[in-house]
Write a protein that binds this ligand. Structure first.
Ligand code: DAH
Length: 348
């Protein structure tokens, strides 16, 4: 067989094989075998030395042509196979955007946290500072500094968890006012603060009592503060929490740390005063305690009671939430039942 026929045969066979292969590795193997130093084309070219001077360039040119045609065929096949790999991958990775999504169950802040956040944000807007205090408190701050000496009957109002003779679980957030007054520099301006947090009492848990609950203490100390300031502050707060049409009324009461002391009622947000089960047909609902800070409390904290005065109030977020949402069992706030808690999804 002459060299030209050999080359033609080589081309035929390999060209077909290249076209048939469906695998990049196999194609690479064909290329190495065919075009490598020990491959059949090199073999044919080696036999050219036996050709006449006349034939050699013609066969040489033909051989190069065959070689480059086969190279082109390999390159074309390679491109096609690579493309196929990409297409396959794309097809596998296709995302069906019409499929329904997985529902993400989002949590929500606890209803008491929502109420407290709202009251805090409200008072921050009025220029108050929010101040934390310890839950494990000294008798000194929880009682003595608030005009409740040992053996004073007022201690019976708050049945307290004692840790030892000096330490207790705070029974109210009022100690934070004593702590803050003590360190406040009045030459820098008045004191306006609220203190939200947990308090503890030795109560037997039932629908309306819990051995732990929450309070938000409020305190304003400056020169020339009057009861009218207290009333205006509480009216605006009641309207913020319970609705713009609310009214408040103050009833005389007693707290050792305030004089005079008042109990504050808000006009019923359900019946607007007409009488309904929520307000027990009185038209009014008791919401918090307040009063003008007792001079003994000011003096104990080192504040000159002749020059300064102010008001304080203490409200219960648990009670606010129960009233606002018609919750009839305070224990619901502390049992962590998601079926209860998830009813209070935060808006927005
Ligand atoms: N600490 C009081 C309580 O637990 C609530 C209270 C009433 C706080 C009147 C005050 C206040 O600051 O002025 O019953």
């Amino acid at each position: 067989m002459d060299l030209k026929t050999k080359l033609e045969q080589l081309f035929e066979e390999n060209h077909k094989q290249i076209g048939r292969t469906g695998d990049l590795d196999e194609l690479n193997q064909i290329r190495v075998n065919l075009l490598g130093k020990k491959g059949p084309i090199t073999e044919v070219l080696r036999g050219m030395k036996d050709l006449s001077a006349d034939e050699r360039p013609k066969v040489g040119a033909f051989a190069n042509q065959i070689k480059s045609d086969l190279q082109d065929a390999i390159a074309a096949r390679k491109a096609a196979l690579e493309q196929a790999v990409i297409q396959k991958k794309l097809a596998q990775e296709t995302i069906d955007v019409t499929l329904p999504g997985d529902q993400v169950i989002a949590g929500t802040p606890h209803i008491l946290a929502q109420i407290m956040d709202d009251v805090e944000t409200y008072f921050i807007g009025q220029g108050y500072q929010v101040i934390d205090g310890p839950e494990v408190e000294e008798d000194h701050y929880n009682f003595e500094m608030l005009n409740i000496p040992k053996d004073h009957p007022a201690r019976d109002m708050q049945d307290t968890f004692y840790l030892d003779s000096q330490l207790l679980m705070r029974s109210q957030t009022s100690p934070v006012q004593a702590r803050t007054m003590e360190i406040h520099d009045f030459t820098q301006g008045p004191l306006k603060m609220i203190s939200p947090g947990r308090v503890y009492r030795r109560d037997t848990d039932d629908a309306t009592h819990s051995h732990q609950f929450h309070q938000i203490e409020g305190l304003v100390i400056d020169k020339h503060i009057t009861m009218a300031d207290l009333k205006g502050t509480l009216l605006a707060l009641a309207q913020h929490v319970f609705g713009a049409d609310r009214q408040i009324r103050l009833r005389p009461s007693f707290f050792p740390f305030t004089e005079p002391s008042v109990e504050v009622d808000v006009s019923c947000f359900r019946c607007n005063g007409a009488g309904c089960p929520i307000c027990k047909y009185s038209g009014w609902i008791e919401v918090l305690g307040a009063g003008m800070v007792h001079p003994n409390v000011l003096n104990a904290a080192g504040v000159d009671a002749d020059a300064y005065g102010g008001f304080a109030f203490g409200l219960g977020p648990d009670r606010f939430a129960m009233l606002k949402y018609g919750i009839d069992d305070i224990r619901s706030f502390y049992q962590g039942d998601v079926r209860f808690l998830s009813q209070f999804q935060q808006e927005g």
